[in-house]
Design a protein around this ligand. Structure first.
Ligand SMILES: Cc1cc2nc3c(=O)[nH]c(=O)nc-3n(C[C@H](O)[C@H](O)[C@H](O)COP(=O)(O)OP(=O)(O)OC[C@H]3O[C@@H](n4cnc5c(N)ncnc54)[C@H](O)[C@@H]3O)c2cc1C
Length: 383
């Protein structure tokens, strides 16, 4: 084992959370090392939808890594007649996660962050003065460690921070289709409610193929693979080449989730910050990283022990939103036909969805609006 150079901060994981916190820390002149277990760029099982609200968080342009720009969402119930919602602004940018995530990491490297890929972190030891982060053949030292290592976080496990998480599971297939098929889906994301009990199925168009997937609560996932296949067949995708197919957990935290310790904090999926209603995780991965950076900076500057300010701000800005999303999700999951029926009952539902996607309102605003969240839920329960 070789003891390598020491850093102010070691970030474990180079997804959107790790790349963003490295970027934000490097911007502040803080010495940061990112350790990533895969060789980059690496594939990530994901529909690759970067919502308008997620893109707005970044202070640089992502258009060079965008596959398609989405102005229309179509919704069906069990692949029946669609509801079409359109917007003049881009609602979602589709990306391939290997390219997008590497693009974010490169932005951090340009500011001085050090990346070492192909280094799987296996052990973390915290002492009074240091954190020691071990991989198979190296030990790295820092003053603080950031767990941005996704749904199966080794940082959370090693530091005993892995509780209070519920899991969804998602399956994703990259389907190579002819030009004329691709043209049918251009600029449109499709969501089907009903064909996946406890979740939904989707089509996200990319430059040269379609990302087609399905996700649901882990407790309902027994037949997810078969149902995903059925969804593919019902879209007549059965004869096309599946370039890749994989599945992954989607973690979402419940009440009481601790995301900090004296010398450690968790971001993104490692902290369980995906939206339980939509499965969207990139936004909160980026946002949690941006909330963490000033707390880390203060802690390093003032020699302050403890990163509890991060817990408070994450609870206020993210976890409170996830709680409302969870309530909505429970109702949508139980009554998908009724949820779909609401589109035709009121334009307000589409307005709420598009404004949430663009970040023009948050769940709290939907909830607080007279006739908004309560109205939606009441209507859902009345049907
Ligand atoms: C099927 C599916 C579809 C999805 N679709 C969307 C979508 O369209 N839009 C959206 O916003 N979200 C989507 N999500 C959720 C989204 O993928 C995650 O929320 C997001 O990737 C979280 O980012 P992160 O940086 O926290 O973690 P990750 O992106 O998972 O990155 C973690 C990184 O840590 C590395 N790592 C793990 N363990 C170690 C270790 N021991 N040592 C070193 N490195 C390690 C991993 O290799 C990885 O690079 C989807 C998820 C699934 C499963």
């Amino acid at each position: 084992m070789l003891l390598k150079q020491s850093y102010d901060v070691i970030v474990v994981g180079a997804g959107p959370a790790g790349a963003t916190v490295a970027y934000e820390l490097a911007k502040r002149g803080i010495g940061v090392l990112v350790l990533e277990k895969e060789k980059l760029p690496r594939y990530k099982c994901c529909a690759g939808g970067v919502t308008g609200k997620a893109a707005k968080l970044l202070d640089f342009d992502i258009s060079e890594v965008v596959e398609d720009v989405i102005y229309e969402l179509s919704f069906t119930f069990n692949l029946g007649s669609p509801y079409l919602g359109q917007h003049s602004q881009p609602l979602i940018y589709t990306v391939m996660r290997d390219v997008f995530d590497y693009f974010l990491v490169e932005r951090a490297q340009q500011l001085g962050a050090v990346l070492i890929d192909g280094q799987k972190v296996t052990q973390i030891q915290v002492s009074d003065d240091w954190v020691e982060v071990s991989t198979a053949d190296n030990i790295f030292r820092s003053r603080l460690v950031v767990g941005a290592d996704g749904a199966y976080s080794v940082v959370a496990r090693e530091l005993g921070m892995g509780r209070s998480i519920e899991y969804l599971v998602g399956i994703e297939s990259e389907i190579v289709v002819p030009e004329e098929e691709l043209a049918k889906w251009k600029s449109r994301v499709h969501i089907d409610l009903g064909c996946i009990p406890g979740g939904y199925a989707w089509v996200f168009p990319k430059r040269n193929h379609l990302s087609i997937g399905a996700g649901c609560l882990v407790s309902k996932a027994r037949h997810l693979n078969r149902r995903h296949q059925k969804f593919l067949n019902s879209l007549s995708m059965g004869n096309y080449t599946i370039a890749r197919s994989s599945s992954h957990l989607i973690p979402t935290c419940t009440k009481g989730r601790l995301v900090w310790q004296d010398k450690a904090l968790l971001l993104g999926d490692a902290a369980g910050l995906t939206d339980p209603l939509t499965g969207e995780g990139i936004h909160n991965a980026i946002q949690s990283a941006q909330l963490a950076a000033p707390v880390i900076e203060n802690s390093l500057l003032e020699g302050k022990v403890g990163l509890q300010d991060y817990q408070q701000i994450v609870e206020r800005k993210i976890m409170s939103e996830l709680r409302i999303a969870r309530t909505l999700s429970r109702n949508f999951v139980r009554f998908p036909r009724l949820a779909f029926g609401m589109f035709n009952q009121s334009d307000g539902v589409w307005r709420a969805i598009s404004n949430l996607t663009l970040g023009e309102i948050d769940y709290a605003a939907v909830k607080g609006k007279a006739g908004g969240f309560k109205g939606i839920l009441n209507r859902l329960l009345r049907f």
